[in-house]
Every structure is written in C-alpha cells, then in structure tokens.
Ligand binder design. Sequence first.
Ligand SMILES: [Zn+2]
Length: 887
Amino acid sequence: MVIVKKPDKLRICIDPKFLNLALRRSHYIMPTLEDVLYKLPKARLFTLVDARDAFLQCKLDTASSYMTTFWTPWGRKRWLKLPFGVSVAPEVYQRKQHELLTGLSGVEPIADDILVVGCGDTDEEAEQDHDGKLLELMDRCRQVKLRLGIKKLQFKVKEVRFHGHILSWEGLKADPDKLRAILDMPQPENVKSLQRFIGFVTYLAKFLPHLSEVCEPLRRLLDKDAVWHWLPKHDNAVQDIKRLVTDTPVLKYYDVTTPVTIQSDASKTGLGCCLLQAGQPIAFASRALTLTEQNYAQIEKECLSIVFACQRFHHYLYGRDEITAETDHKPLISIFKKPLLCAPKRLQSMLLTLQNYCLNVVYKPGPEMYISDTLSRATAAGGAPDYAQHTVCNVQQDLDVLSQINHSDYLNVTDQRLLQIKQHTETDESLQALKYVVLDGWPDSKEEVPLTAREYWTFRDEIGIQDGILYKGPRVIIPKSLRSEMLTRIHASHIGGEACYRQARDTLYWPNMQNEIKDFVSHCSACNEYAQAQQKEPMMSHVLPTRPWQIVSMDLLNYAGQDFLLIVDHYSDFWEIELLPDLSADTTIRRCKVQFARYGQPDRVISDNGPQFACEQFRRFSADWGFEHVTSSPWHPQANGKAESAVKIVKNICKKAKYDGTDPWKAVLHWRNTPSEGMDSSPAQRLMSRRLKTLLPVANKLLEPCVVTGVLEKLRRRKQIAKLSYDVSAKDLPELSIGEPIRMKPLPGDRTGRWRLGSCVQRVAPRSYLVDVDGSLYRRNRVALRRAERLPIQAYVPPARAPPEVLNAPGPHPQSGGNTAVLSEGYIENDIIQPHEPSSLSVPNTPARREGGPVSMPTGAARPSPGKISVALRSGRVSRPPDRLNL
Ligand SMILES: [Zn+2]
C-alpha cells in the first residue's frame, strides 16, 4: 500500500505489480478522432468533458475484489471499485463508458474523454444543436449514474485540442503545440550545442534526404580548423531545418495500429521528449525545469521526463497495449522493476502516475537519443515551464503536487532532528560525494563513482535527495557522525539486536547498518549484565572404552537422608553403590578401593569437583592405584551424563520398591540382568560375560559364561544417535583467549541475575576456563561464560601473575559440596579455587558503569506520532498501528 498525501486529501493506492502480471488485457480498440471525423462535417462548437474519478465508478465483482486485498495497520482491506494502477482498468472503463453512452448522436466518447459537437450552418444553429445534445448527455449520465468532472472541462469552445490535432469549424489541423518544442528551440551557441543539433538533423535525414544539404553550412562550422563565426546563412539554415522537420513527411501522422515509442531525456535545466512510430517522430515536446525541479536527483528528473512525455502525449498513449519508453538512465530501469515502496517518495509518486500507462522502459545509450537529448538541452533556460499556458490536461497541477512531496512528512522525525541530520550531512565527506553523484546522475560503471560513494552503487536507483537530506527509498541516510547517537536511540529500550534492526530499517539507513546495530547491542553493558543463558554447545563425547571397567564415573547421591557413592562403568552401564557414613575423602577412597578390589583398577575415573575428589588424598590415591582422574566444571552436570543418568535410575528403583514395599536389591538384580535398549545384552553380561540367576526360571545352559561381542560398535551407534538429537539446537561458542574480559553466568542461587564482569585466566580443558571475577578464581564451562562487551582500554588491566597451581587447590567454598555436578572433560573442580586480595585485581567494574546503564540520551521534543490511534475492528478486536522508531 502506498499513501499519497495531497494538500487537501489522502489517497490510498496499491501497487498491484504482481496482480498485473497475472491479468490478461482485453483487446478493446478504442475509437480515435479519425474514427469520428467523417461524422462532423458542419461542426462548429465543441465541449470536452471527462468522467470524474473514472475508475472508481466501476464496481468490482466479489472475486475480483478479493484480488485487490492489501494490508494496512488497521487490518486487511479490499477495493470494492476498480482501483487505480490495475493494468486492465483503462480498457474496462472505456468499454463501459462506450456502452453507457451508445446511441447518443453528436456525443463521441474518445479515449477517456467525451466530445459533444454542435453542428449547423450558422453559429446559432450550432449552438442550439450543441445544447440539445449536451442536455441529452446529461440526462443519460443521470440515468446511468455516470459522474462527470469539471477539472478538464472545455465548454462550448470553437476549437478543442487532442491527439496532436486541433479540431475546429475549419476541420482538423495539426496542433502547433506538438511542433512548438522544435520551433522554439534556441539557436546553437557553441560547438557542442551545434554538434547536438546536427546529430538530431542527421537522425531525421533518413526520412527526408534533402535535410542533409540544408545542414551543410552548419556542418562547416564544425570543421577542425574552422573558427566559430555565426553568420546569417547559418541562421537561415536553422530556420529551414526547423520548417522542414515540422512538416510532413518528417513529421508523421499518428497511426493507431503501429506500436509507439516515447523517447525522453532530462538535462540539467530541461526536459525533452518525442513520440515515435517506427523510428519516425509524431510529436515533440520540451520544457524547462523549475528551480525546485532542478534540484531533483538525476533519476527523478529522468523519471519526470517520462511522466512529462506520458502526460503530454496522453491521448496517444492512454489505453495503448505496450508503449516502449526509452531512457538513457540505467538505474531508472531497475526501479521500475522493484516494488513501489523501494522508491524514494517523490519517485514513488511519479511511478504511481505512470501506472496509468502500460510502459516498457528500456535503456538506450545517451548519444543515440538524438531527438530528446537535443530537445531537453535546447529549452529556454529558467522561468516557469512555457507549456503551462496551453496545456490541455492538468499536467501542471500534478507536477506541483510532486514538488510538494516532502519525504520528512512520511517519517516520524522531529524538525530539530532533521535539521541536525542536514547539518551533519553537509560535513560528511562520503555523503557529499554521494549527493553530487545523485544530483548529477550515476555514471555507467561503478569505477567512475568516487571511492567514498561507491558503497551506494548497488541500490543507486533508490537514492533521492530533498532539502539537503539523502534518502534511500523512504529511509533517511544517516551521516557517519550521527550514527553512534542513532545506535543509542535505537537501542534505548534494550531490546535485542534483531528487533532493533527491524525497528530501525523502516526509517534509517547507512551502509552496514545491520551489523553495526548487532555489534552495538552485543556490547551493551546493561544487556550483557542481565543476559539470558547462552545456547548449549554441541555434545562433546568421551572416548569410548574398549573393555569392561576401563572408564568409570563417580558421583555422590543422597537418598532417604543417607549418602551413597555411586560408581558406573562406561562399557557395561553396570553400577555399584556404597553407603557413605560420612562425606570425608578417606571414607570415599576406602569405598572406592572395595569396588576396585572387586572389578579391577580402572584406567580413568571421572568425577565432579566435590571436596572428596578435588583433594590431596584423592590425588595420592589415583597415583597409588594408577588411574587418571578427570573432573568437570562446577554447575555443568551435563558433562557427566553417565553418572547423572545412573543416579536417576538408582533413585527410581528405590522409590518404586519403597512404594510396593518390596526388596530394592531384588529390583537392582533384575535391572542388572535385563538387556539394555539397543544393546541386546544386559549390564551384567557385558561386565561379567554371564547371565545372573534371578527368580525367573532360566535354562542352565544360559547361565554358563559367554563373552558378548559387538558391544563397542553398539555403544558407538548409541552415542552418535544421542549426539545427533542433542546437537539439533546446539551451536559452537568461540574459544576465549587468555586475558579477555568475560562475564560469568549468575550462580543458581543468585537472585540479582547479573552476569558479573571478569577476565579469563586460563584454559584448563576443552570448553573449560579459569576466570577471575571480583578477585576470586572460578572454573566455568564455556556455556556459563560470555564475551564481555567492549570496554575502555584503561579500564581493564590483566592480572600480572602466573596461572595458579589449580590441581591441588583445596576447595573451601561450601557451594561446591557433593551435588549432582558430574563427570566431564576437565581436571579439577572447585567453585572458588583461590580467593585472593581484591587489590591485586582491577576488574573494570566501576559502579557507575554497572548501575548507570547505557549512556543517557536527550529526549528531544518529540512531535506526537501521527496516526497512532487504536482502531476497533468489526470483530471487536482493538488494533493498534505498529510501533515505529521515534527519532
Ligand atoms: Zn542494551
């Protein structure tokens, strides 16, 4: 939907580009002047009227109506009448008008006009005849409810103009208007303008060979050694040429059946166009640009020249099937193919006007546009457009509306802010270069564009300028010096980067804006401090064991007020639990030894960072018994999924046994003897190569030892499947570097929800880091660490000391006690590893920066946003227009 504001009304237009592609035009041959001429031998008086809002007088049937549905802030709407812009509208309307007026003598519908002719031998007779017919027409209009307009009315005149002719009591004669552009052409004043003039003559010479001879004296002026000396003979030659050119056979009569081409061009000061059929001119037109129009962007001037051509040659073009429009401005071609909304406002309005005509815009290199080029440059300089006095239709009025279009009216921007943008644009080197290119017209190749403006090349057709402010389509191009302030405003409510961009892209533009917004938001202190949890990372798999009891995971679990040690084998899933009378390291180690004495020494033991495991005794134990001990990051239990799921199973079995009042150990035995899902063997079979005898009857043969094969392969497949489904919503986080400022995820108990600022001290394992936050060292998984926003350089001083000896550090922090944090990729575990004096750390967290939030911003005198009204829909739902960025 496109809204066109006129001084006194609001017009809603649709851009039915895609609907038009699907519509088939009906071939309705419209009557032309030639068709009715023979009926008018004694015509003396004429009245020319047209229908008011012609298309809107045609009702649409329901099916057609739905095809014109468009979206507005107040819901979907559809047209009930034929809207402007639908390609078939002219034919549909004209056929209808013709049908409605059929049978009236002396009343001739021609194109979209209605001609009433008064015939008679004397003026009185003619007047009587005219009045009678006009009254009949009025009666008919009243009957069929056809409303006429007054704007274009020519009432009871002796001659009327259209189709390049003047119709009068004398008959039909050529309209001097269509030749005026040539006749009024000023004399060539220098070599360059003479060259253009001769090019123009040479082109036309193919229709009149004699022309070249007349041109000869002029040609001599262009000789290499000739001195510019304008003589009367040159004057005569120019006059002769003008006379010849404006006479037949150079100037052809219009033929309804041959295709038409319009050629139009804009120079710095004027517009020129001509109507061609088979390369031969039919009519010429040119005019000077007003001072306002001279400040249009080149693309707008070029488009204006097409609008000018269409309006001047309206009677030739209206309702025609395919009109070729030639332009030498390449960017114009691409904007014709884009949706209307991409164009700057003024261009948009011109394109809307052109929707009336079925145009096919093609590119023709400038030097080949002999006629229009000469005409556009040869207009009398300055002053109001001279055609205004004899214009037939209301071209001038439409163009006035064009120059009143103000981009800023369509933006929610204060005048103050606009002034500011304008001032900053004036001092912006790159935008000044761009402005120059836009006003002067884009060159044909990117290389010719000044370096500073080259980044705008790809959408050069969308750039316009008004009042010193550059626009890309409807969006303001923000100068460099204002961008950081705009970023602050865009992010004023601390919404996410994507949402910020969605909001900004309606009104603002600068190259790379999307990335800059994203970058700005990712470095906002307030957003970083109160961030959401990060996305999980892809699953990291442990090395698979090749034999039973090679890798085991350990964890503590508490059930019914008692603590247990759980040990689970990675190869068989077989687990053992041991009651722990206390949580000391010595007790834990003793229980481990019981199990290791039964099943053998493992190669690797995985546990969390509990004080029983992350201590000197356990380190000595592992050295003594010859196994590797691996610990996981605190608060990251996912790292030891094996122990975690075994704990769940144990608790489940116990709970259910208690509910039934049965022996839990019988349930454990049964579980160990049940084939695991996807494995075809039970944990007991995999660990001990035999089935266990249970209460279920079983053949003796089955209880004999038998080694289970293919376990490793099945384990591998199971792992792959688990990883696949886990990784669907996971994403790798980039590695952190030492000394990098970071933010640490709040601990589960932390009600403030703040991600505290710190620095990365050491990478202890894949995805596991030691960080320094507020003078304490923590070990965290990468998921719990976020890269901190950009900080002032002096604010962050990396701690000047060697990485601490973390492996043996005791764990005094109570939070790290036996919880469910489990096995993983790391080595040590302890929440706080080494508290130390805060003075040695300069974590860049000045209170002002943390609490103050983002830079405070001026509120500005925001004007009340227009159209911000809630509307109750027919359904009763209240609909509000979408929020727009208030600058
Ligand atoms: Zn923020």
